[in-house]
Write a protein that binds this ligand. Structure first.
Ligand SMILES: [Zn+2]
Length: 518
């Protein structure tokens, strides 16, 4: 059984751009507990008041699966452990587990702590045994375990033995600087395995892209406790990514760790953390990224359609991810068929309009359109080819003007929209031409379609693209929209940015109306 020790709430928050409020931290801890990790490191009470507040709020709560850990350091040099404030705060946190880090590396003992090798050993064993006397389960994090060991193997072993003498329940070897190689991790962990009997853990960083590989390398030397963070959040390039470690343990090594049923919610957990941290999810994240099971090349898609296993290392549903077929000028008939099915249309290889749809997609892509993140526009294109239904509305005319008077600038848009036999003519202001046009279009349409009130633009991206025919550059606008129950992307292309934006806006609202009707 491999224990999973999550430090998203402590080491993860060292990452650039990652801040969690106390309420966020409580919600994340509850989510991690439900998922089934074995330990949740909530923070360092000695380092900031927010973490003290977190442990206060966590006290009355029951965690069903995970044990909560407070993080801190060994006692200060030349001070009795019982009178060290930082250690007292660890006890005040009232968690079942306390994790303390101590120095392995002589360089740090002499230059950073500026103390003697003997005092450092006493700091480690005193603090561990004091916490044990107070009934804590103690995890000892051996900082710089690998760099320290390479420098002076005898001394590093002495520090781990000091932790064992103090009664540590787990000794975690930390690659604090994140620059070690798997072979070194394995050799040094094996050395530790000979020197101590205590359960061994591993804590790695991803500075050279080996965070996960290094953690896994230590398993062969007998490590049964892995520390890391969700989505690999952490200082510099991040920590060992548990979002990869957990499925690898189950599906590649066949070893038990978190409950297998939880793994089907792995993608959801990853997204929940990104949403709470207000980060855009990384589509290229292994296992859980939106692109992790995307197929673009026509030959791949054709093969996947026949035998799923042919181009996928695992069934994406096992970790809650899903297969995506990308439409591009590499696309063949199979892409269109699979994409249309993914979007909910009943299309087979024998559907008569298939060729026409594919030609239309390729023609538009040649003109600069891109459908890979514009499912909404693509669904409309397929729908039009299949059904020939009339459009729910048509923009007959529009006008945009902009005024700047030294202090402020105001944009105004007027728009004329036709819905069946009826017309609407509206005017709206905005802080930019697209914003004004969006406001005018919506106020014209909500009288006919009140449900559009719920549609929001969530992202707007502009890209200048080289024209394939060598004339003026064109503008591609990609819009992301949401109505609270789903999200979709739409695209517009034109020489004029306002015109391109209007196309994407019109597609967004038309898709909002038709997706409900399907
Ligand atoms: Zn760390």
């Amino acid at each position: 059984m491999i224990e999973i020790y999550d430090t998203t709430l402590r080491d993860g928050t060292q990452g650039e751009g990652i801040t969690f409020s106390v309420a966020d931290k409580i919600r994340i801890a509850e989510r991690l507990d439900a998922f089934g990790v074995h330990y949740i490191e909530g923070g360092w009470p000695g380092s900031n008041p927010r973490d003290i507040e977190f442990f206060e709020q966590a006290k009355p709560r029951t965690f069903r699966r995970a044990r909560l850990a407070a993080f801190g350091s060994t006692r200060r040099k030349d001070v009795a452990v019982s009178s060290d404030d930082q250690v007292r705060l660890l006890l005040d946190a009232a968690t079942p587990v306390v994790t303390i880090f101590g120095k392995t590396w002589m360089l740090h003992v002499r230059e950073v702590l500026q103390t003697t090798p003997e005092e450092n050993l006493a700091m480690i064993s005193d603090t561990v045994s004091y916490l044990k006397k107070h009934g804590k389960f103690v995890v000892y994090d051996a900082e710089h375990a690998f760099d320290g060991s390479k420098d002076d193997v005898e001394y590093s072993v002495a520090t781990w033995q000091a932790a064992e003498r103090g009664g540590a329940d787990v000794i975690t070897l930390c690659d604090t600087n994140g620059g070690s190689l798997p072979a070194d991790i394995l050799a040094i962990t094996a050395r530790a395995r000979q020197a101590v009997k205590t359960r061994l853990g591993i804590h790695t960083h991803d500075d050279i892209g080996l965070g996960v590989a290094n953690a896994l390398a230590s398993l062969d030397a007998g490590v049964t406790h892995i520390q890391g963070t969700i989505n690999g959040y952490g200082e510099r390039t991040g920590n060992c990514n548990l979002t990869s470690v957990m499925p690898i343990l189950r599906f590649k090594y066949g070893r038990a760790s978190v409950p297998e049923a939880s793994l089907a919610q792995l993608k959801e957990l990853s997204q929940f953390l990104d949403e709470t941290a207000n980060l855009r999810p990384n589509p290229r994240l292994p296992w859980v990224g939106a692109s992790a099971f995307s197929h673009k090349g026509g030959a791949h898609v054709n093969a996947v359609q026949k035998v799923i296993r042919s181009y996928e290392h695992i069934d994406p549903a096992l970790i809650g991810n899903s297969r995506h077929v990308l439409i591009s000028d590499l696309a063949g008939r199979s892409n269109i068929v699979m994409k249309a099915r993914e979007l909910g249309f009943d299309v087979t290889n024998d559907t008569p309009n298939l060729r026409e749809m594919l030609d239309r997609v390729k023609g538009l892509e040649h003109r600069g359109y891109e459908f890979e993140s514009a499912d909404g526009s693509l669904a409309l294109l397929i729908r039009r080819a299949l059904t020939g239904d009339p459009r729910p509305f048509v923009v007959d005319a529009y006008h945009v003007s902009m005024r700047h008077d030294g202090e402020t600038s105001v944009c105004e848009a007027t728009i004329k929209v036709r819905v069946g036999e009826a017309f609407a003519h509206t005017v709206a202001d905005g802080d930019g031409p697209v914003n004004a046009l969006d406001a005018a279009l919506r106020s014209a349409l909500v009288t006919f379609y009140p449900e559009l009130e719920r549609v929001r633009l969530t992202d707007y991206k502009v890209r200048i693209i080289d024209s394939t025919i060598g004339t003026a550059a064109r503008t591609r606008v990609l819009i992301e929209s949401s109505d609270g129950t789903g999200e979709w992307g739409t695209v517009g292309v034109d020489d004029n940015i306002v015109e391109a934006s209007l196309q994407a806006l019109v597609d967004s609202l038309e898709y909002a109306l038709t997706r409900r009707g399907r």
